[in-house]
Design a protein around this ligand. Structure first.
Ligand code: SF4
Length: 403
């Protein structure tokens, strides 16, 4: 006998299924039972991507910890022991990654006068010449704007050159919270909300995919979090260029904003809030952005595992190193093996799929992964399923951008 009933109004559920969740709906859902919220998000996840849960074998490369920025949440930039990797060092790290079975290099760093557009182009061209099969997911709208200014060119020109030199996907970082009130406090020298949006739209326009991120759990209000997610939806409606959405909880250690919060007795977000934000992201972005990532490096592996039943369909990357989170007090490690990802996914009752940056299914290249495909499921079938469901394929969004 059924003992519980969903209390979410039918109209709210209908709008969610149609991809038309409103801000009022989102607030109602967040103020209601978290278990009903998770259930609805899980249903929409199943509709969007089925039971495939993806991850990418990748490696982060931090090209420099120098930065002229002054973000109050940053524990990464430093004046002491600062470095800029040489081209040889970058190539060495890429070679290690390739030998370990990586299909993606994620290249990040601060913005600094030494890094103009030519600096980034040289890195891309060298990497593509040596490792043409590796996807390069790199640089942020902030780095591109700063470097374009140094090189005295427009952002459009900079993005076109980056793409031509081998950039496969621009990162959607430096979004933090898309609210100028918040940005003035936490990252006053970064791009404004509108500049971030303009850069992302331009990237999509020149044919570069990007992901979208939100960094929450500091000084922003709940409404500002929601406005951010709705901004991502609006951009996606216009361009179709986002590959995924990644909620990232703020890590409050070793940085000014975090220290102030800790002193006032606030400790970033709770696990429940993390799951609620992930679930509401799935609901708001339903029919717009198919891939919602549970990022284990912020959530921890166990909460990321639970997130697979609350709307998430991707576990992100194996990483190899994560200087940014570990500097800010992250304690979840810097590497998860493909084997462990697959175990986590199967334990959640889902089907693991190794992907590349653009959510295309890839053949396993990791050493020691003898049995990757689920029983009775050929690679071809699995790719076909994914092909139908992945972002940009066979829906109205795909006509807006050719990648
Ligand atoms: S978060 Fe990035 S942009 Fe901001 S100060 Fe740190 S390294 Fe610089």
């Amino acid at each position: 006998m059924r003992t519980t009933q969903m209390t979410i109004p039918d109209a709210v559920i209908e709008r969610a299924y149609e991809g038309k969740c409103t801000k009022e709906d989102a607030l109602l859902l967040l103020n209601g039972s978290p278990f009903e919220l998770f259930k609805l998000a899980d249903e929409l996840r199943a509709l969007a991507v089925g039971d495939l849960v993806s991850y990418v074998v990748n490696r982060n490369i931090y090209i420099t910890n120098k930065c002229v920025g002054n973000c109050g949440f940053c524990a990464y930039r430093t004046n002491k022991n600062s470095y800029i990797l040489s081209l040889d060092e970058i190539l060495e790290k890429a070679e290690e990654a390739q030998k370990a079975g990586a299909v993606e290099l994620c290249i990040q760093g601060g913005y600094t006068p030494e890094a103009d557009i030519e600096f980034y182009l040289e890195i891309l061209e060298a990497l593509k010449a040596e490792f043409p099969e590796l996807c390069i997911h790199a640089f942020s709208p902030m780095e591109v704007n700063y470097a374009a200014e140094l090189s005295e060119m427009s952002v459009k020109e900079a993005l076109e050159k980056l793409k031509k030199s081998g950039l496969d996907s621009l990162t959607g970082t430096s979004a933090e919270i898309l609210s100028d009130r918040v940005r003035k406090i936490i990252c006053p020298s970064k791009l404004s909300t509108q500049q971030w949006i303009n850069t992302i739209k331009m990237a999509h326009k020149v044919g570069l995919s990007t992901n979208a991120t939100i960094m929450y759990g500091h000084i922003e209000t709940l409404e500002e979090r929601l406005d951010h997610i709705f901004s991502i939806r609006e951009i996606q409606e216009e361009t179709g260029g986002f590959s995924e959405f990644i909620p990232m909880s703020f890590l409050p250690y070793n940085n000014k904003i975090g220290e102030e919060m800790l002193a006032s007795g606030k400790f970033s977000s709770t696990g429940l809030e993390d799951l609620q934000l992930l679930a509401i992201s799935r609901i708001i972005l339903h029919t717009h952005v198919d891939n919602i990532q549970a990022t284990w490096v912020k959530l921890g592996k166990k909460l990321a595992h639970v997130a697979l039943s609350c709307g998430a369909n991707d576990l992100g990357g194996t990483l190899t190193e994560d200087q940014i989170s570990s500097a800010a007090g992250g304690s979840n490690g810097e590497f998860v093996s493909p084997q462990e990802f697959e175990w986590m996914i199967k334990k959640a009752g889902k089907i693991p799929m190794q992907r590349d940056t653009l959510y295309r299914a890839v053949k396993a290249r990791s050493p020691g992964r003898a049995e990757r495909l689920p029983e009775k499921m050929e690679e071809k079938n699995r790719s076909e399923i994914w092909e139908k469901k992945k972002w940009g394929t066979g829906n109205k969004r795909s006509s807006k951008i050719q990648l």
